[in-house]
Unconditional design. Sequence first.
Length: 158
Amino acid sequence: MFFSWQQPRIFSWFGLLLLGVTACRTIAPPPKVNLSEPGWKVFQGQAVWQTKRNASEISGEILLALKLDGQTFVQFTKTPFPFVVAQSTTNAWQLEFLAQNKSYSAPGTPPLRLIWFQLPRSVLGSALPGSWSWHRSENNWRLENISTGESLEGYFSK
């Protein structure tokens, strides 16, 4: 019989390679957002972001856009550059920290811990998960994760 101890190793490497090639799929980012298309409701204003309790605050401009089909777009700009861009559709999401050259995306719903995806839910009046808190007054709003201390506070121009 022609069989050596090296054949199982070859088959296992081949199996791993085959599994990696067939199971790996590139996730396409959500489509580019064109806010001039019909159906977008756009809010613009100023906001202060605190990444965690006792962290320094970052002030900037906030842009929130909502579409009836479930698409959302949030951009936090520290003039003159976009600092954070978050967008979601009904089946995918993407988050970019442009100053750090980092981008995250995945199919499905966005992770609940990300404040940028909780802001659209809050403005729409949807129930917030876990330790998220939303307060809105006539002039401003505040979104906070009670557990971590991360917060986003601001106002939208009328």
